[in-house]
Design a protein around this ligand. Structure first.
Ligand code: DC
Length: 221
């Protein structure tokens, strides 16, 4: 039986930073499920599909093939054979991923891939519905969150550092985050919520090291 750690939470809570670092320490595979939803979103954007077009989204799901490969331990996302990993972390793609991930067709396809990866290896998997839906029997479940003001500030600084801020203000980023939270928490199918058996970690006033220590203590105690 493989071992699995599920880390769920809203956008910008620090899930990927923590999950990547934990994976490095434990030797488990880091599965970034948001990147899969983002790859599907990129496909929809390229096809000029708008989120309300449910039929076109369902149709496009049959044409878009998302696969995951690992290069030197780092997840690479292939969209119909093209490595799109470097194109996924923009606000445009993130917003489209949140809007298009409400569709069951999109979710079913990716959940199957996620479960397959967890069966094959020990994983640290982050997302929105890992502890509640994808891996309900995960060995460790964490719900990692922080205040929206705090998450917006972190995202702002990250974009600034990457020189990817453009003309966006901190207020706009905060509004984007709150809109995404609302959508992710209120969709009908597998919404974002804390699993009953998940440990709540609020990182608003914690350093990355403190969050790491807290979660590390839960793994194979
Ligand atoms: O974690 P992220 O910002 O890369 O995720 C982008 C969007 O993808 C998120 O707003 C909602 C969706 N998503 C999801 O619905 N379920 C997941 N397990 C992961 C992401």
């Amino acid at each position: 039986m493989s071992y699995s750690v599920a880390i769920d939470g809203p956008a910008g809570a620090g899930k990927s930073t923590i999950a990547r670092q934990l994976a490095r320490e434990t030797g488990f595979i880091y599965v970034d499920t948001g990147a899969m939803y983002r790859a599907m979103a990129l496909y929809f954007l390229r096809q000029g599909i708008e989120p309300p077009e449910a039929d076109r989204i369902a149709g496009a799901c049959k044409e878009a093939d998302v696969t995951i490969v690992y290069e030197e331990g780092t997840q690479q996302v292939l969209l119909n054979g093209e490595n799109v990993t470097g194109l996924l972390r923009t606000e445009e793609v993130g917003n489209m991923a949140s809007a298009s991930s409400v569709y069951p067709e999109v979710r079913m396809k990716l959940v199957e891939l996620q479960r397959k990866l967890a069966r094959a290896s020990d994983v640290i998997m982050d997302g929105r519905d890992i502890g509640t839906y994808v891996l309900p029997g995960a060995d460790v479940k964490v719900y990692l969150t922080a205040s929206s003001a705090c998450r917006a500030k972190r995202r702002y600084e990250e974009l600034q550092e990457k020189r990817a801020l453009g003309s966006m203000t901190l207020e706009e980023i905060k509004a984007d985050i709150e809109e995404r939270d609302y959508r992710d928490m209120h969709r009908e199918f597998a919404p974002l919520r804390q699993a009953e058996d998940a440990v709540l970690v609020d990182s608003s006033d914690m350093t990355i090291q403190q969050v790491m220590e807290r979660i590390r203590s839960l793994i194979r105690p």
